[in-house]
Design a protein around this ligand. Structure first.
Ligand code: AMP
Length: 412
């Protein structure tokens, strides 16, 4: 079975074609700057990379180009579109509607539309991806895999804010959490590495990328996660502040005569380590600047690490311990010094880092010492593989259900 994994953003898209017999990526790529004068498609197949620059006016044209190149004689990997058995779509916000992946029907699209207000930057692009896919591949099933779904196992004690209850009931104000496919993938992979039963482990996952979030997972269920109604809450991020005193918002609106849109923009794009440092949201550039004596760049990284440490402590307290701590995503997988700083002085909690093992980038590796009571691992995330596995599972279950219905109809 071949799964075409599609992750549509507002002006970009990423894709992979995964052969599920061996879970190998046959082709992958991205389209960037959709709708701008010069857009480009970057396509990779087993060591061969091709870049096509063109004015790609919309997602329809972008996906058409991707499907064409997948079938092309020079750079293609399939003979025709029938070789794509299912399309797996990454969808950011499913609200409370879906706690797992689903086969996409018109009713599902309508439900996702209702959630646009909860993810105005992401859901519209995800929906466009689904609609274009349905148009260009009308016979191929589409499966939606949601960033929020894994966190739906949280209890009300964890997901409710201490706000008027009607805000939850009437306006959907609650913690939803994001990066669910990543937290699910690395935590399940962690249990496999340890050769332990997933349902018996207490795990903390740190997805530290430009967007960053953590999750506490006890016996396979999410006990808590750091992002909330929106991806602004929790950890300090590249350009987002994470946890804040909400009183800051009305205060700064009055002080600086700002509109709510300007504040929203500042919280999403001009805060986080970029806001503190004034240098960059990229940890490589921050490390370089700090090395050259830039105090604000150093401070930004320190504040980032301190927040992660604080959440580790909170999650250990919530779960009554931890067996496995996992780092993933761009910073979690690569920033050796950041991991080292986060894990400093946690021996009291049974966490001991091995600095030699930690001195590795982008690899699946144990970074705790042999005497550490808690296992600490770097596990590169693979959201596309989770989406492909989910898409395969949903389609196979659907086929089974249809067959069972037919058998039952024949019996009656
Ligand atoms: P992501 O959002 O998961 O793609 O992560 C992107 C971020 O990872 C970048 O903005 C950098 O801050 C960080 N990053 C990527 N590579 C490195 C590296 N080699 N060292 C430190 N940070 C890195």
């Amino acid at each position: 079975m071949n799964v075409f994994v599609l992750n549509c953003g507002s002006s970009s898209l990423k894709y992979q074609l995964i052969n599920m017999e061996d879970e190998k990526v046959a082709a992958q790529g991205l389209v960037e700057k959709i709708g701008e004068e010069i857009s480009f498609l970057k396509h990779n197949t087993d060591g061969d990379e091709v870049v096509i620059e063109e004015n790609i006016k919309d997602h329809n044209q972008a996906i058409e180009m991707v499907l064409d190149i997948l079938q092309s004689r020079e750079h293609g990997v399939i003979e025709n579109m029938d070789k794509i058995n299912v399309v797996g779509h990454r969808v950011v916000h499913a609200g409370e509607k879906f706690s797992g992946s689903v086969l996409i029907t018109k009713a599902v699209i309508d439900a996702l539309r209702e959630n646009i207000k909860l993810a105005p930057l992401h859901n519209p692009a995800n929906i466009i991806g689904i609609e274009v896919s349905k148009k260009l591949m009308p016979k191929t099933p589409d499966v939606g895999v949601f960033d929020t779904a894994f966190h739906q196992s949280m209890s009300a004690e964890s997901f409710l804010y201490a706000l008027p209850y009607e805000w939850y009931e009437e306006n959907g104000v609650r913690r939803y959490g994001f990066h669910g496919t990543s937290h699910k993938y690395v935590s399940e992979r962690g249990a496999v590495i340890l050769n332990k039963d997933y349902d018996k482990l207490k795990i903390i996952t740190c997805h530290l990328g430009n967007g960053a979030s953590m999750a506490a997972i006890d016996q396979g269920r999410v006990v808590d996660t750091s992002m909330g109604l929106t991806p602004l809450e929790g950890l300090v991020m590249g350009t987002r502040p994470g946890d804040l005193d909400p009183g800051i918002i009305p205060y700064i609106m009055k002080e600086r005569d700002m509109t709510i849109e300007e504040v929203d923009q500042a919280l999403n794009k001009a805060s986080g380590v970029l806001g503190i440092s004034g240098v960059s949201n990229d940890f490589r550039e921050l490390a370089e600047a700090a090395e050259k004596g830039n105090k604000r760049a150093e401070l930004a990284v320190n504040i980032f690490c301190r927040r992660v440490k604080k959440y580790i402590g909170a999650y250990i307290a919530l779960m009554g311990g931890v067996d496995l701590l996992i780092f993933t995503a761009g910073i979690g997988e690569n920033a050796v010094e950041v991991r080292s700083q986060i894990l400093e002085n946690l021996e009291y909690l049974g966490i001991e880092i091995d600095e030699v093992k930690n001195n590795n980038r982008g690899e699946e590796i144990k970074i705790s010492s042999d005497s550490s009571a808690v296992d600490v691992y770097v596990i590169p995330t693979n959201e596309e593989l989770v989406i492909a596995r989910e898409a395969k599972k949903i389609v196979e279950n659907h086929i089974k259900d249809v067959l069972n219905d037919l058998i039952n109809e024949n019996k009656s």
